[in-house]
Design a protein around this ligand. Structure first.
Ligand code: BES
Ligand code: MN
Ligand code: ZN
Length: 492
């Protein structure tokens, strides 16, 4: 899907389909009004068939006085309430209709609507991401592929071209590519997407965009003393990998941002086995890793002036004769000991060693991304990612980036009061803190390995994928991570 910026009047645009917005109560957006005038009121007449809810669509063909073959009307909801959510809904609806239609090209007259207090660049970014999201497909494992309708090849964003807007669109396309990579890695089943597969994928990115890469093997982890990571990988036939991917687009000597992604390619729970229902969804337990790869790919593709190092501990959490048992005590890379009271709390065990390892890059800040706790889904549902941080400035910057990317987070407390839930009679700490505040105690556990770091943790358990009929990876939080990294580059 190609995007180009070109100022075109809607009535004379020679396009397969022009997309026009209509507010409720038949209030036409300015481009729709122009088209209605050119068509002598034919557009307004058709409006009776357009439902008012943002995202609803109505297709018109062969309007008199209009150069485009088709006109797609998209409901925007109330004009007074037209803001980020309604804009995204409208894009989602437009994408679905364009996909159904099989149009080869379209001109999107939604982009210069006033969206709350957002600037035009915001609209453009979200238009690109929204359309790309709507056209994403994962059918590589179906033998009977649906006869593919000619996909949307070209989208015109009808605003006056400028260097700045061109860059905005290029940035958004790179972000969409990164999010798409994360989605596909998430959707791939665990018999394909193994730790070795993730490492090979990282190699591909490194080759394509000239990034530095190191993949630590089990023997390297043993030499280093990553007892926690190794304890999770023990029972699997898939060897664990610790992937380190370095992108240096920023000034030499500038401290990097470290992104650490949980890469459990399948989480059975281990000896603390999970129930069977929906266990398939634990193939998504590497979504943090996928988002780190996606973000790095995006930043490298857009040649962002930032230094970023991705650290990805990848392994499977399996039961078996060699598996860790409840009550086992392991020594982490940091030297602290952990009593494993529940082998299903494995994410924190691989992340704690990865965080300790990340410190060797002397990072400016560290953000870990993990499908860490079911409790986070209970707390925040599927809307917001859980945010935890030991540095308020870092948290504020992440909140701002998340709001801008509309890849939203909600900050939760990391107060000392919660730490006592991790008390163990036999080791420095336990790996679980009981049912109350499960996502907070998980974050508290990680914080013990980030004491010398400016660190934040994103719990994406509720936001990385969708269940049910729409089951599939979302690619979150790639847009947030990219936004955050770009924001950091803007400073200093
Ligand atoms: N990967 C899961 C978390 C998860 C569960 C994410 C369901 C999304 C949906 C994680 O490894 C896990 O099993 N966490 C346990 C922790 C508990 C044993 C303290 C959980 O949330 O139940
Ligand atoms: Mn688990
Ligand atoms: Zn897990």
């Amino acid at each position: 899907m190609q995007f180009s910026i070109k100022a075109l009047s809607p009535e004379s645009a020679k396009s397969g389909c022009i997309v026009l917005g209509v507010y409720s109560d038949k209030e036409l957006s300015p481009p729709a009004r122009r088209v209605d005038q050119a068509a002598r009121g034919a557009l307004r007449e058709a409006l009776a068939d357009l439902p008012g809810k943002a995202g609803a669509t109505l297709l018109l063909r062969g309007l008199p006085g209009v150069a485009a073959e088709r006109v797609l009307l998209v409901a925007l909801g109330e004009r007074k309430e037209f803001a980020e959510s309604a804009f995204r809904e409208a894009l989602r609806g437009a994408a679905a209709a364009l996909r159904e239609l099989g149009a080869k090209d379209a001109a999107l007259y939604l982009v210069d609507l006033k969206v709350g207090a957002r600037a035009l660049t915001w609209n453009l970014r979200h238009a690109v991401l929204g359309l790309r999201e709507g056209f994403y497909r994962f059918d590589q494992l179906k033998t009977q592929k649906k006869p593919s309708a000619p996909a949307l090849q070209h989208v015109v964003l009808p605003v006056s071209r400028s260097q700045k807007l061109q860059e905005t669109v290029a940035e958004a396309v790179a972000t969409a590519d990164g999010a798409e990579l994360a989605r596909t890695l998430g959707n791939l089943p665990a018999n394909i997407c193994t730790p070795a597969y993730l490492a090979a994928e990282a190699q591909k990115i490194a080759r394509a965009f000239k990034l530095g890469i190191d993949v630590l093997e089990k023997r390297d982890m043993e030499k280093l003393g990553m007892g926690a990571l190794l304890s999770v990988a023990r029972a699997s036939h898939q060897p664990p990998k610790l992937i380190v991917l370095r992108y240096s687009g920023g000034p030499k000597g500038r401290k990097p941002l470290a992104l650490v992604g949980k890469g459990i390619t399948f989480d059975t729970g281990g000896i603390s086995l999970k129930p069977a229902g929906e266990m398939d969804e634990m193939k998504y337990d590497m979504s943090g890793a996928a988002s780190v790869l996606g973000a790095l790919r995006a930043l490298a593709a857009m040649k962002a002036p930032v230094n970023v190092v991705g650290v990805i501990p990848a392994c499977e959490n399996m039961p078996g004769g060699a598996a860790s048992k409840p009550g086992d005590v392991v020594t982490t890379l940091s030297g602290q000991t952990v009593e494993i009271l529940n082998t299903d709390a494995e994410g924190r065990l691989i992340l704690c060693d990865a965080l300790t390892y990340a410190a060797r890059f002397d990072p400016e800040a560290v953000i870990d991304v993990a499908t860490l706790t079911g409790a986070c889904v209970i707390a925040l549902g599927h809307v917001a990612t859980g945010l935890f941080a030991n540095d308020e400035k870092l948290a504020a910057a992440i909140r701002a980036a998340a709001d801008d990317a509309w890849d939203r987070v909600w900050q939760m407390p990391l107060w000392e009061d919660y730490q006592e839930q991790l008390r163990s009679n036999f080791a420095d700490m336990a790996n679980i803190g009981g049912r109350p505040a499960g996502s907070i105690t998980a974050a508290c556990f990680l914080s013990r390995f980030a004491r010398k770091l400016r660190w934040a943790h994103l719990d994406i358990a509720g936001t990385a994928w969708k269940s049910g009929r729409e089951k599939g990876s979302t690619g979150r939080p790639v847009p947030l991570l990219v936004r955050f990294a770009l924001g950091q580059a803007g400073k200093k």
